[in-house]
Unconditional design. Structure first.
Length: 68
């Protein structure tokens, strides 16, 4: 996880792109990877990423969808 590069592993399980598909997301001017299995963690429980993402404990969890 560097501020200039793309993390080529899932921020949750640490599996690489050679093992699982990875989606990328940007946070605090850095690019990270997350596998589809752990995308719900980023959406619903971002505080669980506090050890891997600076200030993740302060990210709001997604609320219920309205108007769908």
């Amino acid at each position: 996880m560097g501020s200039s590069g793309i993390t080529k592993t899932c921020v949750v399980c640490q599996k690489g792109a050679d093992e699982v598909p990875l989606l990328t997301f940007e946070y605090l001017n850095s690019v990270f990877g997350i596998c589809p299995q752990h995308l719900p963690v980023l959406i619903h429980e971002p505080g669980r990423l506090r050890e891997r993402l600076v200030d993740a404990a302060n990210l709001p969890a997604a609320g219920p969808c309205h108007g769908a």
